[in-house]
Ligand binder design. Structure first.
Ligand code: ZN
Length: 439
């Protein structure tokens, strides 16, 4: 029995002398020191030879079985007889159970990793492991330091994206009755868009200066290893990358361009409704009823659906006449992107692109002309995406994690803790903590 338990305990430096079965079904395990080094004085390192007395401590370990184990460690106190040593006596300690520690090192590590890697909250881990909140928080910080202080992994494709932190706050002016945005906080996140490096960093704000501030904290050699930066259509981020990472190619996922075209179409619809009907859209307006179908891809509509929709909209007169060219602009853009993705030659792509741009430029709808200008300004970045397929989709995935962490963040009132926690959660895959996944 003692031998079996020794194996199961797997706790270095102590051995089991006796196991008591308790009335509640639990077990009390009596331990003695098995590590010779425990006799070394912690102050001078000289091995002690004279016993001063004994002491019993009750260190807690990992949860074990249904009823658990409790430890009684019977250890000795020693006299240090080294003449120059200031320490007169000491109690044995082993690395797994440091002096005065009430829990084993591995329980402390486990508690920290549950929060760091298994996505547990501090309160949850404290409750499950029957530890105090400050103990778990300390343990988490110790484990997190390992992650935070690790050098950044080499990154070929950097992903950048913004996330809103908290709810925007509005205030009403008591005299004019107008609403003002008084607080709107954003974070910029930097992720390893291709590898497993997860969230590399986060900074408050989303201006060029904010991005440059974060990049300035990274080593030059690391920045030079970045070949591509995947962003959404943010001119701020593009400007920052051009300044700080001049060697990198900016890529923009073509889906951002399609989203922009859909947004344009909805804007035209709302504006024409307001102008022509002199009110907001209603469920009975044909253009309001068609609002979702308008955003669908032409190839996903049957010919009949498409014909019916346009007959109805054009029957409305001016509203349909405004919507049709905007819709064609959107579909032309989609055709252009689809063609480019098939790997068609530059000449062919150039021709379809010219068709899209002239269609928009000839339009008298300002939103349509603006779409062409924006797409034209971003074409090199969109083309870079078509060539490489690199996108900031991972940033968006990590943003969901950030929001989840924020929502579960009882006790993470401060932004630094929250950032640290997100960094830990998103990089756990890279650390290969398969074992902690079972925690
Ligand atoms: Zn000593």
């Amino acid at each position: 029995m003692p031998n079996d338990t020794t194996l199961l305990l797997d706790l270095d430096g102590v051995s089991v002398v006796r196991v008591e079965l308790l009335a509640d079904g639990g077990r009390r395990v009596h331990l003695v020191t098995a590590d010779e080094a425990a006799r070394a004085c912690p102050a001078c390192g000289v091995f002690a030879t004279r016993v001063k007395g004994s002491a019993t401590t009750r260190p807690r370990d990992l949860p074990y079985g249904e009823n658990g184990l409790e430890f009684r460690w019977h250890k000795r106190r020693w006299f240090c007889r080294e003449p120059t040593c200031p320490r007169r006596s000491f109690t044995e300690q082993v690395p797994q159970i440091p002096a005065r520690a009430r829990i084993t090192t591995r329980l402390r590590t486990w508690a920290g990793r549950r929060v760091r890697d298994a996505g547990s909250t501090v309160i949850q881990a404290a409750r499950d492991l029957r530890l105090s909140w400050p103990t778990v928080m300390d343990a988490f910080h110790a484990q997190a330091r390992e992650v935070a202080e690790a050098p950044l992994p080499k990154v070929r494709v950097l992903g950048t994206d913004e996330t809103r932190r908290g709810q925007p706050r509005w205030e009403q002016d008591p005299t004019t009755g107008k609403w003002h945005l008084v607080r709107d906080r954003w974070h910029t996140g930097f992720v390893d868009a291709l590898g497993t490096g997860g969230l590399l960093g986060q900074i408050e704000g989303r201006t060029v200066a904010d991005v440059l501030t974060w990049l300035a904290t990274t080593p030059l050699t690391w920045r030079k290893s970045i070949k591509y930066v995947a962003i959404d259509m943010s001119t701020t981020y593009r400007a920052a990358v051009r300044i700080a990472l001049p060697q990198a190619t900016v890529v923009v996922d073509h889906s951002h361009a399609v989203q922009l075209a859909n947004k344009m179409l909805s804007m035209v619809r709302r504006r024409t409704t307001t102008e022509i009907r002199d009110r907001r859209g209603r469920a009975t307006d044909p253009e309001w009823r068609a609002r979702r179908r308008l955003l669908r891809n032409r190839e996903d509509l049957t010919d009949e659906q498409s014909t019916t929709m346009w007959n109805t909209l054009l029957g409305e007169g001016k509203i349909g006449q405004q919507l049709l060219p905007a819709w064609i602009a959107k579909e032309n853009l989609r055709n252009l992107l689809a063609l480019a993705r098939t790997g068609a030659d530059r000449h062919q792509v150039g021709h379809v692109r010219w068709k899209f741009l002239t269609w928009c430029a000839d339009s008298d709808i300002p939103e349509v002309r603006q779409l062409a200008i924006t797409v034209d300004r971003w074409w090199p970045e969109i083309e870079a995406f078509i060539d490489t397929g690199y996108s900031n989709a991972k940033s968006e995935g990590i943003n969901r994690v950030i929001k989840l962490v924020a929502r579960n963040a009882f006790g993470f009132r401060n932004a630094d803790s929250q950032r640290l926690r997100t960094r830990c959660v998103t990089t756990r895959q890279a650390r290969g903590h398969l074992r902690t996944a079972q925690l």
